[in-house]
Design a protein around this ligand. Structure first.
Ligand code: FMN
Length: 434
């Protein structure tokens, strides 16, 4: 008997909240470096049986950035700490293929997978923002070149994870054999962008390969996801757009000879829970009132990839070429503004609230209904839950929405296994041999 299809839930954790003004809420304890808060939030998500927690990352800062992005922990360091205070929940973090080396990354994620006994996941990003280059003594490659580099980077990392068979370390005291020389696979990679000899200096990890996530929705982004990822993060704000993306992605997965059901599509989802729709709307308006337009505009301009100074804030978004910086997000925001007839000011506030992700207002059962609709009509296999502020925003979702999903048989009441692959229902890759 096959297990019923269930919603996958990730907690998209940002200490200062997802809404740009979330940290100002009376129920918020701000701080992306507040480990006590982060630990409590991850434990709450684990008690609610979430598949995983996800830590986004970037390699720049600045006072005009989103508060959750101005200052934050290096995410793999934080995952190491979280691995020690949790037992079941998956532990996912972003790391860049444009700014980093495959050997370092393969080693770091394998280490987290060992420390957590099989719960690590890597969100592969190519790093959109050109200003990142200012911190790395190099120039920023253009969009499609970043993905070409990423394709090879991911293959090198996966190859390094297969450096040793699962039984390569007999540690036989009698025979004096610590590592078995017949069970090592030297990668010997010499490609366009990387030359990496291997083997990796850590045993094969509990999941064989940590779970791979991909979060860019452009054509090259979808191809990378379809070929290599187990989970796809995305940001459609309407059902029809989400269905179109889901179809496109699953077709590409099949095109690479993979089972479309083995890749979970998880759009971002910002829930604002109230006792009524009116109360939820007021809650969001309260947060929006704390977001001055001067604060919201840089966030919009960064995503659109163009300065909007000189345009009437109460007029429509001008026709601008889609920037290469965050290509798919710029397209989504332009489409959102056209579809809903938003002014620049309204669009900026929408970005300040959820960076263009799907915002859902209402009672707990309204929110569960929307999740069910997306799940059952080919728009999502799960959701990356983005509370507008912490801890109150997550606590409300966990206390009120999760039980409804469980009562409807849409979400687990107990973990199926111990690893993140178990939660996702995906196989552990075999060792390919020496
Ligand atoms: C849920 C989600 C999480 C993301 N997390 C990150 C992140 O942590 N760091 C990052 O640089 N980009 C992140 N991105 C952005 C993507 O990597 C990508 O740059 C963006 O979606 C544009 O996609 P494209 O380059 O394929 O057009 C995220 C996107 C989504 C939808």
């Amino acid at each position: 008997m096959t297990a019923p299809r269930r919603i996958h839930l990730g907690l998209f954790l940002q200490g200062a909240g997802h809404h740009v003004s979330g940290w100002r809420h009376a129920d918020a304890e701000a701080g992306s470096e507040n480990f006590d808060l982060l630990r409590r939030m991850v434990k709450a998500a684990e008690a609610a049986k979430f598949d995983m927690v996800f830590l986004a990352d970037g390699l720049t800062s600045g006072v005009d950035a989103h508060p959750s992005m101005i200052a934050r922990f290096e995410p793999l360091t934080l995952l190491g700490a979280l691995a020690m205070v949790t037992e079941r929940i998956g532990l996912a973090a972003t790391a860049s293929t444009t700014y980093g080396e495959p050997y370092h990354l393969a080693r770091a994620f394998a280490s987290i997978d060992h420390l957590s006994q099989g719960r690590a996941a890597w969100n592969v990003v190519t790093t959109s923002y050109a200003r990142t280059a200012n911190n790395f003594s190099k120039s920023h490659p253009e969009h499609d070149a970043r993905y070409a580099i990423a394709e090879e980077f991911v293959d090198v990392v996966r190859g390094l994870w297969d450096s040793w068979s699962d039984d390569a370390f007999p540690k036989d005291k009698e025979r004096g054999v610590y590592a078995d020389p017949a069970k090592v696979r030297v990668l010997d990679h010499a490609g366009t962008y990387y030359s990496v000899k291997g083997p990796l200096n850590i045993p094969r990890s509990p999941q064989g390969h940590p779970v791979l996530i991909q979060a860019g929705s452009s054509g090259p982004g979808q191809d990378l996801a379809a070929r290599a990822a187990d989970i796809v993060f995305t940001a459609q704000a309407s059902l029809t757009e989400a269905q179109a993306f889901y179809r496109s992605l699953k077709q590409r997965v099949a095109g690479f000879g993979r089972d479309p059901n083995s890749v979970a599509v998880m759009p971002g989802f910002l829930p604002v829970v109230g006792r009524s729709l009116k109360e939820a709307s007021e809650r969001l308006s309260e947060l929006d009132r704390w977001s001055p337009i001067e604060r919201a505009m840089p966030l919009l301009e960064e995503r659109i990839g163009h300065s909007l100074s000189g345009y009437d804030l109460d007029g429509p978004l001008p026709d601008l070429p889609i920037s290469d910086q965050l290509r798919s997000r710029a397209e989504l925001l332009t489409e959102l503004a056209r579809r809903e007839g938003l002014t620049i000011r309204q669009l900026a506030l929408r970005v300040a609230a959820g960076r263009g992700h799907h915002i859902v207002l209402g009672t707990a059962s309204d929110i569960a209904d929307r999740m069910q609709e997306w799940f059952e009509t080919g728009a999502a296999d799960g959701f990356n839950v983005m509370p507008p502020y912490f801890p109150g925003g997550l606590d409300a979702f966990v206390a009120e929405v999760v039980p409804i999903l469980q009562e409807r048989g849409l979400f687990r009441t107990e973990y199926e296994g111990t690893t993140l692959r178990d939660h996702l229902g995906i196989a552990r890759p075999d060792w390919p041999g020496a």
